[in-house]
Design a protein around this ligand. Sequence first.
Ligand code: BTN
Length: 325
Amino acid sequence: MQSEIRKKLLDSFTSAGESYLSGQFLAELIGCSRTAVWKHIEELRKEGFELEAVRKKGYRIIKTPEKITADEIRLGLTTEFIGKNIHYEETVESTQKIAHRLASENVPEGTVVIAEEQISGRGRMNRPWHSPKYTGIWMSLILRPNVPLTKAPQLTLLTAVAIVQAIEEVTGLNPEIKWPNDILLNGKKITGILTEMQAEADQIHSIIIGMGLNVNQTKDDFPPELQNIASSLLIEKGDALSRASIIRSIFTHFEKLYLLFLEKGFYPIKLLWEGYAISIGKMLKARTLTGVIEGKALGITDEGVLKIEDASGVIHHVYSADIEL
Ligand code: BTN
């Protein structure tokens, strides 16, 4: 019902173009009081519409929210399969959850779930991922690589390279990667990647790569506890950016790297990844599920595993951890 009314309202604003529509006209159109009309107008404002209200004339829309539409992404997309099938939602709990469901329904490889807002976006270690409406890129990509289970974490590193290349291409900024999957600008996190799997024994059914990119948030859009550790492309670049262009660029870089990975393995990806890595050669602290390892990051193995040498010269292989530099 609500959405039917909203649709009617938006349709008449569309036909009215630059003309104003009076409160009385709108009330008759949707069959409710003028107060109810005003409430709908407020709801539209909350969704990001800018409406001008002029006494004795009525309302008109002067700016629409910067929504991403599947068609806008498709326009100019030259990939073969990454992002060819887009599942777009306005508000979801988490795009990961939908992607998991779609993956078990056998959608084509490269299908992507994109949402404008996540109300319970998840990060690594089950942390919440702040995903406010119309500002960032919240998406999950479904893959079905024919590789052993142990290779799955390499796709996280590959994704980080694809995202860095896309940010470089679209913004001219030079992000860095903190092992394994944080992308930073001026030391602040702008992107997180969450790789999950559907598998049995030694067979991968699908890999779901969740990507969260802070694009057009201002500092005030971040909760206080994140303001010193997280940033957005808008804050770092000083300009708002087209989320659709960034998404297209990620798809294009991802597809090239993924095909290279399937053909030649992880080694060429490793070389690219090392070019962007900030942790290598530095002293760091790795918080793993079983304890803390402190030492110098020697690099990553050909499999993508982080090597840390502690004070006594012992080399630890770290598969999953939070890194403090
Ligand atoms: C991290 O750095 O902890 C990973 C964050 C991953 C966030 C993305 S946003 C899209 C997808 N859906 C989720 O709920 N999480 C991932």
